[in-house]
Design a protein around this ligand. Structure first.
Ligand code: GLA
Length: 418
């Protein structure tokens, strides 16, 4: 039956039809024909334009939310059972009591459902107790393993929908919508850090929560001050290329990078006790004191964070001034630093960026997200897209034995009830 619904979804012409299919599937799998119609929610994935591995160093990031993401059809139950299933796999329904989830300390990223459980747990850790259980059917259209933040979109989706449906939180709490979205991003990050063991920064969850059509989000992760920057590229497009590389153990390599940055910061506070984050330093300050970082590996990681933060600030000014070519040049520079200094790229990502450099209509291209696989993001002239796709597809497939995938994407809106 999963295949039946997957097929129907593939043919759905728009979100209105998709909503109807998800409601039908929800009633079918949860046998909930008596229940009033489940409600359907959406939260987006994200792509980061520039500012990589700066978000846990108090730096700036410049992501946008995507039109793809995760959907949930949800109905409330009158007991304390939380039942979840996904139309993206055939694992069926997982059921646990809310009390059990809240008290459990052992489940860690063991399967996709632990992202849902983590959120319920994190809400309760923040004093938000949900009154009843729920039947939740999930469907996501972010390609698996693409690094376009399917987990952050799932977290934001669950937080947003449970707060809205169970607690009518947007109306009943004294907080503004903006304060609630910030809280959702923070609780989602907390759940990923503390429940699922991935020490990510706040970029992905913030981008998902604050998504806005045709706008990118310029965020200072130190203060959480943000602004929207129009992101309408005219004769150019935002082209995402998925390596389709199957990667493992990303979490531990990611956590290692973060630990190196923390080590560097600790060494630097011996000379600058007031320093609160690596990205509070300019590159000039950094060059003056970098020799205090004892471990050469930690020094080079810290260097990336500091320079990437400066690049991000500069890139946003260039974009606001309409200078796309220079914005693109900084994207290439960012990739070099991620590949050589931060060492989070891989042969597949480097190969795509190298081919992109040979195509005149590409203004810039870089790996996006955590790295070690996933996607590149490029800004490309509309009339160079076909040339790029065929050049990348051919050279990449010859080298790695399987093809990449391409997506032309626009900045999309944040979470909402359909
Ligand atoms: C992952 C993390 C983010 C961020 C990026 C790298 O996507 O979830 O918090 O650190 O990697 O910029």
């Amino acid at each position: 039956m999963i295949a039946f619904y997957q097929d129907k979804i593939k043919k759905a012409p728009d979100r209105v039809s998709l909503k109807a299919i998800l409601i039908q599937a929800h009633k079918h799998f949860f046998n909930d024909y008596d229940a009033s119609s489940p409600q359907v929610y959406f939260a987006p994935g994200r792509v980061n334009l520039i500012g990589e591995h700066t978000d846990y160093n108090g730096g700036h990031v410049f992501p946008c939310a995507l039109p793809i993401g995760t959907y949930a059809a949800i109905s409330l139950r009158d007991d304390d059972k939380l039942s979840v299933m996904s139309l993206n796999n055939d694992e069926g329904i997982t059921s646990r009591s809310m009390t059990d989830i809240i008290e459990d300390k052992t489940e860690r990223a063991s399967n996709w459902a632990s992202y849902v459980h983590g959120l319920v747990w994190a809400l309760s850790q923040h004093g938000i107790d949900l009154k009843s259980g729920a039947d939740i059917l999930i469907y996501g259209d972010i390609p698996a393993g693409s690094g376009l933040s399917s987990s952050a979109s799932l977290e934001v989706l669950i937080a947003y929908s449970l707060l809205d449906l169970e607690l009518d939180y947007f109306n009943s709490s004294k907080k503004s919508r903006e304060e609630i979205l910030t809280m959702i991003a923070q609780i989602s990050q907390y759940s990923e850090n503390k429940y699922n063991g991935m020490n990510c920064g706040i970029m992905d969850q913030f981008a998902s929560a604050f998504g806005s059509e045709n706008q990118a989000i310029y965020l200072d992760t130190n203060s959480l001050a943000y602004s929207y920057v129009p992101f309408d590229l005219g004769d150019y497009a935002l082209l995402v290329t998925n390596t389709n590389k199957k990667h493992k153990l990303i979490g531990s390599a990611y956590n290692d990078r973060r630990a190196s940055c923390e080590e560097a910061l600790k060494d630097l506070t011996s000379i600058k006790p007031e320093l609160d984050a690596l990205c509070s330093l300019t590159s000039k300050d950094f060059e003056e004191i970098s020799s205090y970082i004892k471990n050469p590996e930690a020094r080079i990681r810290a260097k990336h964070a500091v320079y990437e933060n400066e690049r991000t600030k500069q890139a946003v000014s260039l974009l606001k001034a309409g200078n796309l070519p220079e914005f693109g040049r900084l994207m290439y520079e960012s990739h070099e630093s991620l590949s050589h200094d931060y060492e989070v790229s891989c042969d597949e990502l480097d190969a795509i960026v190298n081919i992109a450099r040979t195509i005149p209509g590409v203004l810039g291209c870089r790996m996006t997200g955590g790295g070690f696989g996933g996607c590149t993001v490029a800004i490309i002239a509309n009339d160079s897209i076909e040339e790029y796709k065929s050049a990348v597809e051919q050279a990449y497939t010859d080298k790695f034995g399987y093809a990449p995938s391409f997506y032309i994407l626009k900045a999309g809106r944040g979470p909402y009830r359909l």
